[in-house]
Design a protein around this ligand. Sequence first.
Ligand SMILES: [Zn+2]
Length: 61
Amino acid sequence: MQVQFLICDSCFWCASTLADRAVVGRCPCCGADAIESIPVAAGERYRFDYNMQSGVTLEFA
Ligand SMILES: [Zn+2]
């Protein structure tokens, strides 16, 4: 089973899912069709940060 990190390019709503396929077509927060899916390996850690100037930063460790 693959862990997916989901993020909306429009409003930056995010979630994690264990589904093999994308289960979210539209953003449940803003309704935009702008969900990006990023696979995350088992045991992989990442840090999510956001600010108005640089936007979203994902840091994988
Ligand atoms: Zn959104």
